[in-house]
Design a protein around this ligand. Structure first.
Ligand code: EPZ
Length: 432
């Protein structure tokens, strides 16, 4: 398994272009199942999860071509299967998003239960309840979700989500675009990735109003056409690099980011004492020599503070002046990074879903292990900030969601390299 070897203590300085959003690219690529015409998707990030999604679509019989500008041309005119197997779904939970499109276009779908992961049990009960309300018959047996439509076509209806669910909103929005009549999704997710998917579906001929609000209305149509769609920029990638610059006392400019996607994050960075400059599609951050101030935060559905940046901000608080309470309200066990940060000298006490973080002057480099995508990003940032060397193991987690992370950081002066454990079985870690 590859590792990242990081020599810390160097302030990041430079510019980074933000890639397309992973959590928008995945549902947009899967939306190709809704039509027999070509969907051309550009600005797709180069990520393991995108590869897995294309593997899954290929398994179903979708024809996939990559053009000379690296745009992905997908066509689902002749599917050979309506079944998403365990071996593909278990590596990427978002595979459950094929359920809605397959069901609404072909009247049947069989998708492996995604199973839990490091951050929680991650059920899909709200997805299933929604499909049943639209007239689907859903059986969960043998680790698979088997859905069919006795009446032949889903029927639009009003669905109230008990909990805000991003992929639940996306799955049911895609099911509703070909349903008979109107569907209203109440307490819908407002995430920008939901908005980007809706934009793509409308370009394909869907009739959707209210995406980005907690009430989304979909008027079913008979069929969808093809379209061209450019994936929106990745706000979580952007927030991660802003945190990296803040953690190392550097200065960074992010290019190609929609600045209104990060308001809740910029408020917290401002409270920590960094300088932020926002222009049309760039965000610049600099730390003017002063030590960060600790800042409390609570994760919330968009437009609140994103859970996908919680780990990175626990890291910032762990080297800030003062004590902060970081509360995670979205997932039940999203603190796996804490024990690894403690090994680097962080002073963090867990109290239920709140981490009490007492800032220390410096972290020390160590060998640490990534457990999930955003925890691994937090550990890379910790290595950049710490004194000495850090080796982050199991970085296949980070390859799922960050496009060329070591290249982007190295171009800002970071001393970071990928090592394959087969070449360096016992990578030495020198901590000063
Ligand atoms: C999406 O996951 C994102 N993934 C996650 O990003 C993100 O952390 C999460 O939304 C929250 O913003 C993708 O978009 C591919 P949820 P999702 O359904 O949709 C509960 C990353 O690092 N719930 O919004 O799976 C659930 O347990 C990943 O990029 C149910 O109880 O999350 C959780 O507590 C990690 N029943 C809460 O809702 C359901 O049927 C929010 O989950 C569905 C969800």
């Amino acid at each position: 398994m590859d590792k990242l070897l990081i020599s810390g203590g160097i302030p990041l300085e430079g510019e980074i272009r933000i890639s397309g959003a992973k959590n928008a690219a995945l549902p947009v690529l899967i939306a190709s199942l809704l039509t027999d015409q070509n969907l051309v998707v550009s600005n797709v990030p180069h990520l393991q999860d995108v590869t897995t999604t294309l593997e899954l679509l290929g398994h179903l019989g979708v024809r996939i071509e990559v053009d000379d500008k690296l745009a992905i041309d997908v066509n689902a005119a002749e599917l050979t299967s309506h079944r998403a197997p365990y071996e593909l779904v278990r590596t990427m939970r978002a595979s459950v998003l094929v359920l809605g499109p397959l069901l609404t276009r072909f009247g049947e779908a069989e998708v492996s239960l995604p199973g839990g992961c490091a951050i929680g049990s991650r059920p899909v009960d709200l997805h299933i309840q929604g499909f049943e309300m639209m007239g689907a018959q859903v059986k969960v047996e043998g680790g698979y979700i088997r859905a069919s439509i006795p009446a032949g076509r889903l029927k639009g209806c009003r669905i109230v989500f008990d909990t805000v669910t991003v992929t639940g909103t996306e799955n049911l929005m895609m099911a509703a675009v070909l349903a008979d009549g109107r569907t209203v999704l109440e307490n819908a997710a407002r995430e920008p990735e939901v908005v980007d998917l809706a934009k793509c579906l409308v370009a394909m001929g869907a009739r959707i109003n209210g995406a980005g609000t907690s009430q989304i209305e979909i008027e079913g149509v008979a069929r969808l056409s093809g379209a061209c769609h450019r994936v929106a920029p990745d706000r979580i990638e952007a927030g991660t690099y802003l945190a990296a610059a803040a953690a190392t006392g550097g200065q960074i400019q992010l290019n190609g980011i929609e600045t209104n996607l990060l308001d809740a994050v910029l408020v917290k960075l401002d409270a920590m004492g960094v300088s932020i400059r926002v222009d049309q599609d760039t965000i610049a951050l600099s730390v003017d020599g002063c030590r960060l101030k600790a800042v409390d935060l609570t994760t919330q559905p968009f437009p609140g503070f994103p859970t996908d940046l919680q780990a990175q901000f626990i890291l910032l608080n762990s080297i800030a002046r003062g004590t902060a309470a970081v509360t995670e309200t979205i997932f039940e066990s999203r603190f796996m990074h804490v024990q690894e940060l403690q090994r680097m000298g962080a002073d963090i006490e867990l109290r239920g879903n709140t981490a009490l973080v007492r800032g220390v002057k410096n972290l020390s480099g160590a060998q640490v292990m990534a457990t999930d995508l955003r925890a691994s990003a937090c550990l890379v940032l910790a290595g950049l900030a710490a004194k000495g060397q850090t080796v982050v193991d199991r970085i296949y987690h980070i390859d799922r969601g960050y496009d060329c992370i070591e290249e982007k950081l190295a171009q800002c002066g970071a001393r970071i390299q990928r090592i394959s454990s087969s070449r360096y079985p016992h990578a030495a870690v020198h901590t000063s």
